[in-house]
Design a protein around this ligand. Structure first.
Ligand code: MV4
Length: 450
């Protein structure tokens, strides 16, 4: 096992990784920008290195400074967390070249899965259900029209280098194909410097159901069940839960097998997530594979009893998975609400500032992953998430009620938060019945932000 690792991230995930390391007797090195001098992860780590000014591109995205800090402190491995460099294959390759263990999949796997079109083709070959669509990229409008006629409208134009919805356009009629194709290419070019696109059948009102997988270096791959992440706004998740209420035993078996097959087909190692679209008839389709630990991982940790971050460290250190698929049993129900310093009634505008007073809930089945404290100054440089509140109980009804009471207890003064919005969301009949899909929030946002 590593003697010392460097955490190339900040905020609550950096604190989460430090906690896992401490319990494993691994020394920790934090990196921080000049704006994060007072940050919690800097205080909790054994060592801390300032890697640059506030702007992410000069600090948390500064590969050279991060690798230098790793070499200077004698850390054997880097945990990238999520966001920043977590899915950057050049960074993973730089670590490999400098004989530093990158805690995640190798650079080639990140490259292959980062290209949404090659990822799709890989999954298709592996027999993982994919959305009907083009074989690889679309060259011109003629080919786009042909493919769309073959699969039938409505279709979805997607950017190969994409993800997160950028460069994506739904097309409901041939007359709109040319303009949609052009605007998708322009957006993809602007966002990723790559305007390649592909086309899929549009799946109407699906759920976003993702499967957590763990894969060791010896070809052993298991899944840890699913998370329903359909409550999203502009591809930002707000609420996640496990298990997914639309899941049946046989559907979980089929989707779980597909997730494992997807990981094996991509030579995946470490923790990863396979995202599926699940339609109302129970058909599921591969959407994307995320090559990092996810924000919502605590939901899966509650229902499986497995510490996913510790598993990442053990896999990266070359250990065999200590369990097989038969050992994984989901128990109870977990719900996560993301607490953001933002103002939902003003278009979710971020609300940086000093937290003048903070009271966080607790009690049986309540977990809070956060890096804020009373007196902490939330800076405008990074994302607005200040805490993840997770509620766990034997049934979904109890978990929902526990979450509502915890949100009602949660007190943050000095900045605006989305706590009241989350409370309204949880009381919504469609959320209470779990009868929601990816369009739910878009359809109800007006009523929920009044
Ligand atoms: C889709 C889709 C419907 N049909 N693909 C959104 C970003 C990226 N993850 C892919 N996304 C979608 N791909 C087909 N063929 C709908 C979405 C989508 C979505 C997916 C999951 C969660 C939220 C979403 C919000 C808008 C669109």
């Amino acid at each position: 096992m590593f003697r010392k690792i460097l955490i190339a991230n900040r905020g609550e995930i950096a604190v989460r990784i430090i906690r896992a390391c401490r319990e494993m007797g691994i020394e920790t090195v934090a990196v921080y920008s000049e704006a994060d001098r007072e940050a919690l992860h800097v205080m909790l780590a054994d060592e801390a290195v300032c890697i640059g000014p506030a702007k992410a591109r000069d600090s948390y995205l500064n590969m050279q400074n991060i690798v230098s800090a790793t070499v200077l402190t004698g850390a054997q491995a880097i945990h990238p967390g999520f966001g920043f460099l977590a899915e950057n294959s050049s960074f993973a390759r730089m670590c490999e070249d400098c004989n530093i263990v990158f805690i995640g999949p190798n650079a080639d796997t990140i490259d292959m899965l980062g290209n949404k079109s090659t990822a799709r083709d890989t999954m298709k070959k592996a027999g993982v259900p994919t959305v009907p669509g083009s074989d690889g990229e679309i060259r011109d409008i003629k080919e786009a029209r042909l493919i769309a006629e073959q699969i039938g409208y409505p279709v979805m134009i997607k950017a190969s280098a994409g993800g997160g919805g950028k460069g994506m356009r739904a097309v409901y009629h041939p007359d709109y194909m040319e303009n949609s194709l052009m605007s998708a290419r322009n957006e993809a070019k602007a966002a990723f410097g790559d305007d390649k696109i592909y086309i899929e059948k549009l799946i109407v009102n699906p759920k976003h159901v993702e499967f957590q997988i763990l894969a060791d270096k010896y070809g052993n791959v298991i899944h840890l069940g699913e998370r329903d992440c359909s409550v999203q706004r502009r591809n930002q998740k707000l609420l996640e839960e496990s298990p997914c209420t639309a899941m049946t035993r046989e559907l979980r078996l089929k989707m779980g097998n597909s997730a494992v097959r997807a990981a094996k087909a991509s030579g995946y190692v470490n923790a990863g997530t396979i995202e599926f679209l699940l339609d109302a008839k129970g058909n599921f389709y591969f959407m994307e594979m995320n090559t990092r630990i996810q924000v919502e991982h605590p939901v899966t940790e509650f229902v499986t009893g497995i510490d996913i971050v510790k598993m990442q460290l053990r896999i990266a250190a070359g250990e065999l998975l200590p369990f097989s698929q038969e050992d994984i049993h989901l128990q109870g129900h977990a719900i996560e609400c993301r607490i953001n310093a933002e103002n939902p009634s003003q278009g979710f505008r971020p609300s940086p500032g000093k937290i003048t007073s903070l009271y966080m809930p607790g009690g049986p089945g309540i977990r809070i992953d956060t890096s804020v404290y009373s007196g902490y100054e939330i800076t405008p440089y990074y994302d607005s998430m200040i805490a993840k509140l997770i509620a766990y109980a034997p049934t979904r009804e109890e978990a929902l009620m526990k979450m509502q009471w915890a949100l009602a207890e949660f007190l943050v003064e000095g900045v605006d938060t989305n706590i009241d919005f989350q409370l309204k969301l949880l009381r919504d009949p469609d959320v209470e019945s779990a009868d929601y899909d990816i369009g739910f929030l878009g359809r109800n946002i007006g009523r929920l932000t009044k």
